[in-house]
Design a protein around this ligand. Structure first.
Ligand code: ATP
Ligand code: MG
Length: 391
């Protein structure tokens, strides 16, 4: 009995004429993630992706774990395929669930029929299989509401499937169906969450990180790269840009009023990020900002940073509490990395009393004390790029 995994699509089903594109992006993403695990066949039919190993030594637990991180899949279940014959369906259910049923007190058979030509209705099929199992295990009771074990029998066009109860997938729509954007990625908790939230809505993510050696260390950069690698389990391959930011930060410190350090720094980060974005045909920026979280994330502060932006800036965490962001980060698996204590360039020259209600005019006047253009072009020119992906 070789197992396969059935993956149900979510919103792809609603996409009408674009559905073909959505399905092929999803298949491509799944194929990339599963390739290192061996020879696996993928087939799409009736809003379901069939993931079937072609040899016996494939680690199906790992296949399942990887599929749970692919955006565009809402439900997954491990199943065994069998002929559309009640006796055979029973035999497979018995073989697959027999041991568990021996030790259980309650169970239920749920039946679904997407092949409407099958000669039994769903309730009839459930009753027959349930009855046959009860004959084998007379100690069992049927419990339709809180059964210890649920056995799902599904009659589809291509055959019958006996499977465990479905588990939740990552949801969303496939990466690659919503354009490309550049994520400002720090080593913190919020920005990896922001990147994955946008990937979940189909965006291909590139990442840009600002480093300020010797104020920030090589190990701090490696931590951010590990974050990107973790993210790529969900987002796919990530183009990762590292910007040398030290000179700019030093000139801010040497020339501008201290209260405005952070705001000017953020405006210059946005300027550099969008130049890299424009050069590489990325259509928008993404940050991990959340309204009111720190001085540079008040509405007045964001007005002054947005004033330098020529392309859209997406801030998916904007309305989330820190606790909610942490919950997502924990689920993604980025939290453990994010909380490792390394310095970030944002914390290098922090003002004692940052402005929380700056006006655009004040910030522009503060920034005008030095001409940053030359340093901005140098930073863009000296930006390094590499590809990061999870294996
Ligand atoms: P995070 O957890 O993402 O670090 P934070 O609350 O610490 O968020 P800030 O340090 O104020 O926020 O930064 C706000 C946003 O600016 C970050 O979410 C990120 O998008 C971007 N950012 C901050 N530092 C860097 C950096 N060194 N490189 C790239 N982007 C950065
Ligand atoms: Mg930060």
């Amino acid at each position: 009995m070789r197992e396969l995994i059935l993956c149900k699509y979510g919103e792809i089903v609603l996409k009408g004429l674009n559905r073909g594109t959505f399905e092929s992006e999803l298949m491509r993403n799944v194929r990339r993630r599963l390739k290192p695990l061996g020879n696996i066949s993928l087939r799409s039919s009736q809003s379901t992706l069939y993931v079937e190993p072609l040899n016996d030594n494939i680690d199906m637990d790992e296949v399942m774990e990887r599929l749970k991180k692919v955006y565009g899949i809402t439900k997954l279940s491990r199943a065994v395929g069998v002929e559309k014959d009640v006796k055979r369906i029973f035999e497979v259910a018995y073989e697959r669930f027999g041991d568990a049923l021996k030790n259980a007190k309650t169970f239920k058979v749920a039946a679904k029929r997407s092949d409407k030509k099958f000669y039994l209705t769903s309730p009839e099929l459930a009753a027959q299989i349930g009855g046959m199992l009860l004959e084998k295990f007379p100690h069992l009771k049927v419990d339709l509401f809180e059964p210890e074990i649920t056995i799902v029998c599904e009659i589809r066009d291509e055959g019958a499937f006996v499977h465990d109860i479905a588990v939740d997938g990552a949801g969303g729509i496939p990466v690659g169906t919503s354009g490309q954007a550049l994520l400002l990625l720090s080593g913190g908790i919020d920005s990896p969450v922001a990147g994955c939230m946008m990937a979940k809505r189909g965006v291909v993510i590139s990442a840009i990180h600002f480093e300020a050696p010797p104020y920030t260390s090589e190990r701090a950069l490696m931590k951010v790269e590990r974050l990107a690698e973790k993210m790529s389990e969900y987002c796919g391959r990530i183009c990762f840009y590292t910007v040398p930011f030290t000179k700019i930060q030093e000139e801010i410190r040497n020339n501008c009023p201290e209260d405005y350090f952070t705001l000017i720094m953020r405006r210059l980060m946005m300027e550099i990020a969008q130049r890299i974005a424009e050069k590489n045909h990325l259509q928008a920026l993404i940050t991990g900002e959340s309204l009111g979280q720190v001085a540079s994330q008040t509405m007045a502060a964001m007005v002054t940073t947005d004033a330098v932006c020529r392309i859209p800036v997406f801030r998916p965490c904007i309305g989330l509490d820190k606790k909610e962001i942490i919950d997502i980060s924990y689920k993604l698996g980025t939290f453990e990395i994010s909380i490792e204590p390394y310095e970030d360039c944002c914390t290098v020259f922090t003002p004692k009393h940052p402005r929380t209600k700056p006006t655009l005019g004040d910030v522009e006047a503060a920034q005008a004390k030095f001409d940053f253009e030359q340093l901005i072009s140098e930073a863009v020119e000296n930006t390094r790029v590499k590809t990061i992906k999870a294996y």
